[in-house]
Write a protein that binds this ligand. Structure first.
Ligand code: NAI
Length: 341
C-alpha cells in the first residue's frame, strides 16, 4: 500500500513535534504538506523536513489532491471547523485536544464525523498511548485494584513556561485551565473508570502571577468530582511547578492502589552532590510524552491502512470538554455543578 500522505496545520510548540514524527518516525506516513500563518515555520517544514507543499490557509491545503489525511495542531478554537472541512473533503483526521471549546460546535462536528464512517478520526489524548499508563490500565482492567474508589490526578506545567503564558494568554484562547490542561486528566478518569462524571466542584487561585486574573486565566485549579457509580476523582491542574513538568496519577481501589509517576523522573539516573541525592525530573511535555506522541500517530496511520477506527473517539472529546466546562462554571459560580447524563 502507498504511504499515507499527511498535511499538518499548526507548526507551533506541539505542531513541530508531530510534523517531525510524521516526516521521520512513523512508518507508512509521509509529511506531504504543511500549513501555518508564520512563514518561518513553513520554511522549517520545507528546509528541515523536506515538505513539498506549504500553505498559508487550511482551505488551500485540504484542496490539494496529494493529501490523504490531516493532522490538526492549530489553536483549539479552530479545531471544529477544520475537522468538519477536512472530513467533507474526504480526508482522515487526527486532531489535537480539545476537540473544541464550545459544546454546540463539537456536537455539529461529531455529526459530520458520523456522516463519514469510512474516514478515520482520532483525538490527541496521547497519555493513553504512554507505556506506563497502558501498563496501569491493564492492571485496572484485570481487576488487580478491585473496585476503584478514588482517582487523583496532577497535571502541572513547569514554571519556566509561565512567563510566556502570561504574555500570550490574552492573544490566544486556550479555553481556560480545565479545558487546556485538566482535559487529559478528565479523559484518564473516564478511561480508567469507564464511567461518566456526574458532578464537579472546582476552584482556583492565582498566587505567583496575579496578573492572570486580568486575562481570566488560572495558574492553579483544583476540582473534586463524583462519577456515576460514586467513585471520586480529585484533580489538581497548574502552570507553576518549580521542579519541571509534573503529571501524576493515583488510582485507589478496594484491593490496592497504584501511582503513575509519583515522582516525575526524567530517567533512572540519581545524582549525588552537595544538594543530596537528586532525581532529575521531566522538564516539559515533549520530553515526558515523546514516545506517546509517536505511538498515537503510528496508531492513526495503522487505522487508516487497516480500515478501522481508533479507541479515542470524538465522543471522548465531547465528554471531556463537557466536564472541563463544568469545572470552569463551578469556579465562576462558586457552586457545585451537576452534569446531565
Ligand atoms: P502554538 O501557539 O505554539 O502553535 C499554533 C500554531 O498554529 C502555529 O504554527 C500558528 O502559526 C498556527 N496557526 C494559528 N492560527 C492559524 C490559522 N488560522 N491557520 C493555520 N495555522 C494557524 O500552539 P500549541 O501549543 O502548539 O497548541 C496547538 C494545539 O495543540 C492546541 O489545541 C493545544 O491544546 C494542543 N496541545 C496539546 C498538547 C498535548 O499534550 N496533547 C500539548 C500542547 C498543545
Amino acid at each position: 500500500m502507498n504511504h499515507i500522505r499527511v498535511g499538518i496545520v499548526g507548526l507551533g510548540r506541539l505542531g513541530k513535534i508531530h510534523a517531525t514524527n510524521i516526516a521521520r518516525n512513523i512508518p507508512g506516513a509521509t509529511l506531504q504538506a504543511a500549513c501555518s500563518i508564520v512563514e518561518a515555520e513553513l520554511e522549517f517544514a520545507r528546509n528541515e523536513l523536506g515538505v513539498e507543499e506549504t500553505y498559508q490557509t487550511f482551505e488551500e491545503m485540504v484542496d490539494s489532491p496529494n493529501v490523504d489525511a490531516v493532522c490538526i495542531v492549530s489553536p483549539s478554537g479552530f479545531h471544529p471547523e477544520q475537522i468538519q472541512l477536512a472530513m467533507e473533503k474526504g480526508l482522515h483526521v487526527f486532531c489535537e485536544k480539545p476537540i473544541g471549546l464550545e459544546i454546540e460546535d463539537i456536537e455539529k462536528t461529531i455529526e459530520v464525523i458520523d456522516n463519514h464512517p469510512d474516514q478515520v478520526f482520532q483525538l490527541g489524548f496521547m497519555r493513553r498511548y504512554d507505556e506506563s499508563y497502558q501498563y496501569a490500565k491493564k492492571l485496572v482492567d484485570d481487576g488487580e485494584l478491585g473496585e476503584l474508589t478514588v482517582i487523583r490526578c496532577y497535571g502541572i506545567d513547569p514554571s519556566s513556561g509561565l512567563e510566556s503564558f502570561v504574555k500570550f494568554a490574552g492573544a490566544s484562547n486556550s479555553g481556560g485551565l480545565f479545558a487546556d490542561m485538566s482535559i487529559h486528566d478528565i479523559d484518564l478518569v473516564r478511561w480508567f473508570s469507564k464511567k461518566e462524571v456526574s458532578r464537579v466542584w472546582a476552584m482556583g487561585k492565582n498566587a505567583a502571577y496575579p496578573e492572570l486574573d486580568q486575562v481570566n486565566e488560572l495558574e492553579t485549579g483544583a476540582a473534586m468530582m463524583q462519577l456515576e457509580d460514586q467513585t471520586m476523582a480529585i484533580l489538581v491542574a497548574g502552570r507553576n511547578a518549580a521542579h519541571g513538568y509534573h503529571v501524576e496519577t493515583e488510582l485507589i481501589g478496594t484491593k490496592g492502589m497504584i501511582r503513575i509517576a509519583a515522582v516525575p523522573e526524567k530517567n533512572l539516573v540519581s545524582v549525588f552532590n552537595e544538594n543530596g541525592a537528586v532525581r532529575p525530573t521531566s522538564q516539559n511535555f515533549p520530553e515526558r510524552f515523546q514516545q506517546a506522541f509517536q505511538n498515537e500517530m503510528k496508531e492513526f496511520i495503522s487505522c487508516i491502512r487497516e480500515k478501522r477506527q481508533p479507541e479515542v473517539s470524538a465522543y471522548d472529546g465531547l465528554q471531556s470538554t463537557i466536564v472541563a466546562k463544568a469545572c470552569q462554571q463551578s469556579v465562576d459560580t462558586k457552586g457545585l455543578i451537576e452534569i446531565e447524563s
